[in-house]
Design a protein around this ligand. Structure first.
Ligand SMILES: [Zn+2]
Length: 253
């Protein structure tokens, strides 16, 4: 019986993606142009990987709902393409990871007031309701300079990725290599201490708040200035390569 399991898994995968395939949100030529001109990660891929990227993005757009808030009445193609592409980029190392728990993306025009924290936010993730929230102005700001290690989209999606890995009630959990994750976590504490003590680190101050912020800021740097990150902490960078199953330094060669 056990040998049938892979077959069932295949069928399940086909059904969940297959339904998506039949009703898949197709990406138009114009939308591909947005990726080609605005999203450096996509620009650098070869044709085969570009096709894979577009296929994954179509599934992301089919399965997630994008909702405008705070005066955004229509979610533009540009918003869907660039936010969706950031999800695909962060998860590109896996064939199947699409963060299903986070099915809703809320987009505010700018920083927004949270009545819970009584402060203005640039973005957040809400694991309880499976929502990722971004301020569009801050998201675009993050894209403008793609080598400064500051990117709101990557930051929020990194939070979602880490949470998804720890959420056990769907098919996508514990996808981080457990040894690499353990080894990575051992390095985090001393780095946070270093930042808190004001010692120089390539990761900005907010990485020192806690391990969640550390991971999110680390991923911003991993994708935006991988060589600098590697030179700063080769061991941690290497473990992130193992965890995310990709090495952004290849673009620099
Ligand atoms: Zn954060």
């Amino acid at each position: 019986m056990f040998f049938l399991y892979p077959l069932f898994a295949e069928i399940f995968e086909w059904l969940s993606d297959g339904v998506g395939y039949l009703y898949r949100r197709r990406i138009s030529r114009h939308e591909k142009e947005i990726l080609n001109t605005r999203f450096p990660y996509y620009q650098r891929l070869n044709e085969k990987h570009k096709a894979e990227f577009v296929g994954k993005l179509e599934l992301i757009l089919t399965k997630k709902t994008f909702v405008g808030r705070g005066g955004i009445e229509v979610v533009s193609q540009e918003m869907e393409m660039l936010i969706g592409a950031t999800i695909v980029m962060v998860t590109f190392g896996w064939k199947q990871i699409r963060l299903p728990h986070f099915s809703k993306i809320l987009i505010y025009p700018n920083t927004y007031y949270s009545s819970i924290t009584k402060s203005y936010h640039r973005g957040e993730v809400n694991p309880k309701y499976g929502i990722i929230v971004v301020s569009w102005a801050c998201f675009l700001d993050g894209l403008k300079d793609n080598q400064d290690g500051i990117n709101l989209g990557i930051h929020e999606i990194a939070h979602a990725l880490k949470l998804e890995n720890q959420i056990y009630y769907n098919g996508e959990s514990e996808f981080f290599n457990p040894e690499a994750w353990r080894a990575y976590q051992e390095l985090v504490g001393p780095e946070i201490e270093k930042i808190k003590n004001g010692n120089s680190s390539i990761l900005r101050e907010s990485a020192g708040f806690n391990e969640h912020e550390f991971f999110a800021v680390a991923l911003e740097n991993f994708f935006e200035r991988p060589q600098l990150f590697f030179d700063y902490h080769p061991k941690m960078y290497g473990l992130l390569v193992q965890l995310l199953r990709q090495d952004p330094r290849i673009w620099l060669r």
